[in-house]
Design a protein around this ligand. Structure first.
Ligand code: PLP
Length: 375
């Protein structure tokens, strides 16, 4: 049997492997970007027409596309409903865009660190990486061609960083100068606990082609598998064709439910944000009590993660630490898979939205104890 060459670059997703173990009873999970289960909306499908059980349009339900375009205009991105493509989760957008843009050896600029499941997909298609971060765009130089620039400017996964207005403008200007496709991934933007600029970088682009995507996973429920992308008009048709080849169209029941919830205009999102802000503060308090001598971190102004950098003198094998933590029923995400090349320092990504306050206390003190013992 001869599998495609591409499969040689295929590997299991570290996060999905970890997620399998967190379904064990009693596990305290800081690993995935899981929303709190009690944030999920109540579902009522009694009024939904049976018509949604029929095949639908690849682009998505038209009313939902209108609603998405209206919301994006309020965020500063001027798009028409005809530019909206509804996705089966924004992870599908990453896959479709990779298919559109990446061949073996294609030069892709990513932040260091960046979302590991995007890196996995880009690598599968053969991406060669150039890395940058919000404060240092020097690697993005016109002498170095880049075909695509991937960014998560708002509550970045994994760092939680929210680009300032100046950083957004600088990145858009650089994408224009490089004449590359700017691919902006924005699933966390509605989970803002403090004020910061959240204008899409794509709104600042003047010339180059762009793709902006977001998700309903973090604000409604990931199990609905619903997200969307919008893009400059030159790219839209090909992305629709790729979507048709992948799954014909997104789940129509999910689209109907999300549209109904968006139109209900309830206070739900505000309540979710308020409860996550409390969780972020509780988590930070536990980190200060237990981790201050082991690690440094920035308080995230939104999103779902703390990104810890272990102190320079701590030489800890993070894979061993993870195994020891799992043996004590605590899961976290080691930092290495978020980088495209090995890094000298140790990092951990800790999700704060899923665990209860008592689980946070217990889990963080176990992690601190294990780091102490490993030191
Ligand atoms: C940056 C980023 N992009 C995309 C996704 C995929 O989200 P979904 O497919 O649930 O919309 C995630 C999920 O955590 C993410 O963090």
């Amino acid at each position: 049997m001869q599998l495609s060459r591409r499969t040689e670059r295929l590997s299991a997703s570290p996060i999905r492997e970890l997620l399998k173990s967190i379904n064990r009873p009693g596990i305290i999970s800081f690993a995935g970007g899981l929303p709190a289960s009690d944030s999920f909306p109540d579902l009522d499908i009694s009024g939904v027409s049976k018509e949604v059980l029929q095949y639908g349009a690849s682009e998505g339900e038209s009313e939902l596309r209108v609603r998405i375009a209206d919301d994006l205009k309020m965020r500063g991105l001027q798009v028409k409903p005809e530019q909206v493509l509804v996705l089966s989760g924004s992870q599908q957008g990453i896959d479709l865009v990779a298919k559109l843009m990446i061949d073996q050896g294609t030069s892709v600029a990513v932040e260091a660190p960046s979302y590991l499941a995007a890196l996995q997909v880009f690598s599968l298609f053969g991406a060669q990486y150039i890395t940058y971060n919000a404060q240092d765009l020097s690697a993005l130089h016109t002498s170095h061609p880049v075909q695509m620039l991937y960014t998560i400017p708002t509550f970045q996964n994994p760092t939680g960083h929210c680009y300032s207005e100046a950083e957004r403008l600088a990145l858009a200007e650089r994408a224009d100068a490089l004449n590359c496709v700017l691919f902006e991934d924005d699933p966390y933007r509605d989970l803002a606990y403090d004020t910061c600029d959240r204008t899409p970088v794509c709104a600042y682009v003047e010339r180059t082609s762009w793709i902006y995507q977001s998700s309903f996973s973090k604000t409604f429920a990931p199990g609905l598998r619903l997200g969307y992308l919008v893009c400059s008009e030159d790219l839209y048709e090909k992305l629709v064709w790729l979507k048709q080849a992948a799954d014909l169209h997104s789940n129509r029941l999910s689209q109907t439910l999300v549209l109904t919830m968006l139109n209900a205009d309830s206070q739900r999102l505000e309540q979710v944000v308020d409860s996550y802000r409390i969780k972020r503060d509780q988590f930070q308090q536990q980190l200060r009590q237990n981790m201050s001598s082991h690690a440094t971190w920035e308080e995230p102004t939104g999103g779902l993660f703390f990104w810890l950098q272990l102190k320079r003198d701590l030489q800890i094998n993070m894979d061993n630490l993870l195994q020891q933590a799992l043996a004590r029923n605590v899961a976290f995400m080691p930092g290495a898979p978020f980088f495209t090349t090995p890094v000298a320092r140790s990092f951990m990504r800790l999700n704060f939205s899923h665990a209860s306050n008592s689980q946070m206390q217990e889990g963080i003190s176990i992690l601190a104890e294990l780091i102490d013992a490993a030191d």
